[in-house]
Design a protein around this ligand. Structure first.
Ligand code: SF4
Length: 70
């Protein structure tokens, strides 16, 4: 699973970074972003579960799964 953040929707609550700090980081503007080294990573196992928790916990649904084009 790959994930992305819609920064227009992010309200800087920090939940995603708290739940899944290996993938999400709040940038200098306080907006969440996927860490550079994880942008093209297919998240698996525990990391995938953490990322899913972040998706489910984001109050504004700013995080979503990147669907691969077929
Ligand atoms: S959980 Fe959602 S609103 Fe909160 S910092 Fe992360 S992306 Fe932004």
């Amino acid at each position: 699973m790959k994930v992305k953040v819609n920064q227009d929707a992010c309200i800087s609550c920090g939940a995603c970074e708290a739940l899944c700090p290996e993938v999400f980081i709040l940038n200098d503007e306080g907006l969440s972003e996927v860490k550079e080294e994880k942008k093209d990573t297919n998240l698996e196992g525990e990391l995938k579960e953490q990322a899913q928790d972040a998706i489910d916990s984001c109050p504004t649904s700013a995080i979503s799964e990147v669907k691969e084009e077929q």
